[in-house]
Design a binder for this molecule. Structure first.
Ligand code: SF4
Length: 149
Protein backbone atom coordinates (compact mmCIF):
# COMPACT_ATOMS: atom_id res chain seq x y z
CA UNK A 1 0.00 0.00 0.00
CA UNK A 2 1.22 3.50 -0.82
CA UNK A 3 2.20 5.68 2.16
CA UNK A 4 1.83 9.44 2.65
CA UNK A 5 3.54 11.52 5.31
CA UNK A 6 0.96 13.60 7.21
CA UNK A 7 1.41 16.35 9.81
CA UNK A 8 0.59 14.54 13.04
CA UNK A 9 -1.69 17.34 14.28
CA UNK A 10 -3.89 16.78 11.21
CA UNK A 11 -4.37 13.21 12.39
CA UNK A 12 -5.65 14.47 15.73
CA UNK A 13 -2.38 14.10 17.64
CA UNK A 14 -2.33 16.91 20.27
CA UNK A 15 1.14 18.14 19.27
CA UNK A 16 0.48 21.76 18.31
CA UNK A 17 2.09 24.61 20.23
CA UNK A 18 -1.22 25.09 22.07
CA UNK A 19 -1.42 21.42 23.04
CA UNK A 20 -4.21 20.62 20.61
CA UNK A 21 -4.61 18.58 17.42
CA UNK A 22 -6.59 19.47 14.33
CA UNK A 23 -8.06 16.40 12.66
CA UNK A 24 -10.32 17.06 9.68
CA UNK A 25 -12.52 15.12 7.31
CA UNK A 26 -10.95 16.95 4.35
CA UNK A 27 -7.54 15.58 5.30
CA UNK A 28 -8.92 12.07 5.73
CA UNK A 29 -10.45 12.35 2.26
CA UNK A 30 -7.16 13.60 0.78
CA UNK A 31 -5.29 10.63 2.28
CA UNK A 32 -7.77 8.30 0.59
CA UNK A 33 -6.76 4.66 0.62
CA UNK A 34 -3.10 5.40 1.31
CA UNK A 35 -1.42 4.58 4.61
CA UNK A 36 -0.87 7.78 6.63
CA UNK A 37 2.45 8.19 8.40
CA UNK A 38 1.72 10.76 11.14
CA UNK A 39 4.77 12.83 12.01
CA UNK A 40 5.44 16.03 13.97
CA UNK A 41 8.86 17.46 13.23
CA UNK A 42 8.86 19.88 16.16
CA UNK A 43 7.99 17.27 18.79
CA UNK A 44 10.36 14.74 17.20
CA UNK A 45 13.16 17.25 17.74
CA UNK A 46 12.39 17.41 21.45
CA UNK A 47 10.33 20.58 21.67
CA UNK A 48 7.67 20.40 24.39
CA UNK A 49 3.90 20.49 23.99
CA UNK A 50 2.52 22.98 24.70
CA UNK A 51 5.32 25.34 23.67
CA UNK A 52 5.75 29.00 22.79
CA UNK A 53 4.73 29.79 19.21
CA UNK A 54 7.65 30.24 16.83
CA UNK A 55 7.96 31.82 13.39
CA UNK A 56 10.66 32.17 10.75
CA UNK A 57 12.27 35.57 10.79
CA UNK A 58 14.13 36.93 7.77
CA UNK A 59 12.91 34.52 5.11
CA UNK A 60 11.29 31.11 4.70
CA UNK A 61 12.33 27.51 5.34
CA UNK A 62 14.72 27.48 2.37
CA UNK A 63 16.47 30.51 3.80
CA UNK A 64 16.70 28.75 7.17
CA UNK A 65 18.28 25.67 5.54
CA UNK A 66 20.74 27.95 3.74
CA UNK A 67 21.62 29.84 6.94
CA UNK A 68 20.04 33.14 5.87
CA UNK A 69 17.09 33.11 8.27
CA UNK A 70 16.29 31.88 11.78
CA UNK A 71 13.36 30.42 13.68
CA UNK A 72 12.58 32.33 16.85
CA UNK A 73 9.82 31.94 19.43
CA UNK A 74 7.71 34.80 20.72
CA UNK A 75 10.07 35.33 23.65
CA UNK A 76 13.01 35.79 21.29
CA UNK A 77 14.53 32.36 21.95
CA UNK A 78 16.24 30.89 18.87
CA UNK A 79 14.88 27.42 18.01
CA UNK A 80 16.44 27.12 14.56
CA UNK A 81 18.48 24.06 15.51
CA UNK A 82 15.40 22.17 16.69
CA UNK A 83 13.42 23.05 13.56
CA UNK A 84 16.20 21.88 11.25
CA UNK A 85 16.66 18.71 13.30
CA UNK A 86 12.91 18.02 13.09
CA UNK A 87 12.97 18.52 9.33
CA UNK A 88 15.80 16.00 8.99
CA UNK A 89 13.88 13.51 11.11
CA UNK A 90 10.81 14.00 8.92
CA UNK A 91 12.88 13.27 5.82
CA UNK A 92 14.24 10.12 7.47
CA UNK A 93 10.70 9.01 8.35
CA UNK A 94 9.50 9.63 4.79
CA UNK A 95 12.37 7.63 3.34
CA UNK A 96 12.01 4.82 5.86
CA UNK A 97 8.32 4.39 5.08
CA UNK A 98 8.54 4.95 1.33
CA UNK A 99 6.51 8.18 1.21
CA UNK A 100 6.82 10.12 -2.03
CA UNK A 101 4.19 12.68 -1.00
CA UNK A 102 3.55 14.69 2.16
CA UNK A 103 0.30 16.32 3.22
CA UNK A 104 1.26 19.06 5.64
CA UNK A 105 -0.39 21.69 7.83
CA UNK A 106 -0.74 25.09 6.17
CA UNK A 107 1.20 28.17 7.32
CA UNK A 108 3.33 26.40 9.96
CA UNK A 109 7.02 27.39 10.19
CA UNK A 110 7.75 23.65 9.95
CA UNK A 111 5.01 22.20 7.78
CA UNK A 112 3.72 25.18 5.76
CA UNK A 113 3.80 24.92 1.96
CA UNK A 114 3.47 28.00 -0.23
CA UNK A 115 2.75 30.43 2.61
CA UNK A 116 4.07 30.73 6.15
CA UNK A 117 3.71 33.22 9.00
CA UNK A 118 5.99 36.16 8.41
CA UNK A 119 7.87 36.33 11.72
CA UNK A 120 5.90 39.22 13.24
CA UNK A 121 3.49 37.07 15.33
CA UNK A 122 0.61 39.12 13.95
CA UNK A 123 -0.94 36.38 11.81
CA UNK A 124 0.50 38.02 8.67
CA UNK A 125 1.74 35.66 5.95
CA UNK A 126 4.58 35.62 3.44
CA UNK A 127 5.20 33.42 0.43
CA UNK A 128 7.45 30.47 1.09
CA UNK A 129 7.73 27.10 2.77
CA UNK A 130 8.28 25.91 6.31
CA UNK A 131 11.59 24.27 7.20
CA UNK A 132 10.35 20.69 6.92
CA UNK A 133 8.36 21.37 3.76
CA UNK A 134 11.45 22.95 2.19
CA UNK A 135 13.74 20.04 3.08
CA UNK A 136 11.27 17.41 1.84
CA UNK A 137 10.81 19.28 -1.44
CA UNK A 138 14.57 19.51 -1.91
CA UNK A 139 14.76 15.73 -1.67
CA UNK A 140 12.08 15.00 -4.23
CA UNK A 141 9.06 14.52 -1.99
CA UNK A 142 5.95 16.26 -3.26
CA UNK A 143 4.58 18.47 -0.49
CA UNK A 144 0.94 19.54 -0.56
CA UNK A 145 -0.77 21.87 1.89
CA UNK A 146 -3.55 19.99 3.62
CA UNK A 147 -7.02 20.99 2.39
CA UNK A 148 -8.99 23.10 4.81
CA UNK A 149 -6.20 23.24 7.36
FE1 SF4 B 1 1.50 20.03 13.27
FE2 SF4 B 1 3.74 20.29 11.85
FE3 SF4 B 1 3.26 21.95 13.88
FE4 SF4 B 1 3.83 19.40 14.39
S1 SF4 B 1 5.18 20.89 13.45
S2 SF4 B 1 2.18 20.60 15.32
S3 SF4 B 1 2.88 18.38 12.66
S4 SF4 B 1 2.08 21.79 11.98
Amino acid sequence: MESVLVSACLQGVPCRFDGRGKASDAVTAAIGDRRPVAFCPEVSAGLPTPRRPAEITGGDGHDVLDGRARVVDDSGHDVTEEFVDGAERALEAARRTGCTEALLMARSPSCGRGTVYDGTFTGALREGDGVTAALLERHGITVRPAPGA
